[in-house]
Design a protein around this ligand. Structure first.
Ligand code: PEP
Length: 251
């Protein structure tokens, strides 16, 4: 059976001291749990080396929050997948709504970033999700299918190696969570789309993200097509993050 995956997205938070305390507490908490769930933290790029040193040999993997679509060269400020690999990075979030919104990332760019990660053996966590206006206009399904289709189009041959995170934009950092039924409905649509794209769709983890926390994780993770979570705010508190992982193990 596929393991569930709980991935933290620290966003632009953290600092050397706080990171050390947080990661040490998560690693200690994980070693007390059986490893029937994968867990990771996606951290700001400057802290990858620190987090690598803290996590090495533990049950906690680490990832980046973005990756360049380019291999190398004159792209000031960008970080390549090869550089991420130098730090043992297992995951790279691509297409987070904050990057789509504040950095104008298009579906095409997101799919190229996923391709760049895959080429270096890094698992892209591909984020898709509708805004509130799109949901209210009845466009949820069309939006997430369009976003995922771009990634499938560019990466069809290795699409079973990706992770997909459904993150309704209106639920991210707002304290408003999709109901388990709303989330499951969209996950079922994404699952069907992946099934049509690859014979190995059952390997693909479909995460839910958007104000998932210690209190609501169990009901979301109990849904048949929710294979884990992408966790923002609650991943900055070790006890909450560990509780979400415990809920995933129990689901
Ligand atoms: C996220 O940043 O991916 C996220 C889901 O944030 P939050 O859990 O804070 O809503």
């Amino acid at each position: 059976m596929k393991k569930k995956l709980i991935a933290g997205n620290w966003k632009m938070n953290g600092g050397r001291e706080a990171n050390e305390a947080l990661v040490r507490a998560i690693v200690a908490g994980l070693s007390a749990q059986a490893s029937s769930c994968d867990a990771a933290v996606c951290v700001p790029a400057p802290y990858l080396a620190q987090v690598q040193a803290l996590c090495q040999g533990s049950g906690l993997a680490w990832g980046a929050q973005d990756v360049s679509e380019h291999e190398q060269g004159a792209y000031t400020g960008e970080v390549s997948a090869r550089m991420l690999r130098d730090f043992g990075t297992r995951y790279a979030i691509v297409g987070h709504s904050e990057r789509r919104q504040y950095h104008g990332e298009s579906d095409a760019l997101v799919s190229h970033k996923a391709r760049a990660a895959l080429a270096q053996g890094i698992t892209p966590i591909v984020c898709v999700g509708e805004t509130l206006a799109e949901r209210e206009a009845g466009q949820t399904e069309a939006v997430v299918k369009r976003q995922l289709a771009a990634v499938i189009h560019d990466n069809g041959h290795c699409i079973s190696e990706i992770v997909v995170a459904y993150e309704p934009v209106w639920a991210i950092g707002t304290g408003k969570t999709a109901t388990p039924e709303q989330a499951q409905q969209v996950h079922a649509v994404l699952r069907a789309q992946l099934k049509a794209a690859t014979a190995h769709s059952d390997r693909i983890c479909l995460l839910y993200g958007g104000s998932m926390n210690a209190a609501n994780a169990a009901s979301l993770l109990a849904q048949p097509d929710i294979d884990g979570g992408l966790i923002g705010g609650a991943s900055l508190k070790a006890a909450d993050f560990l509780q979400i992982i415990a809920s995933a193990r129990a689901a």
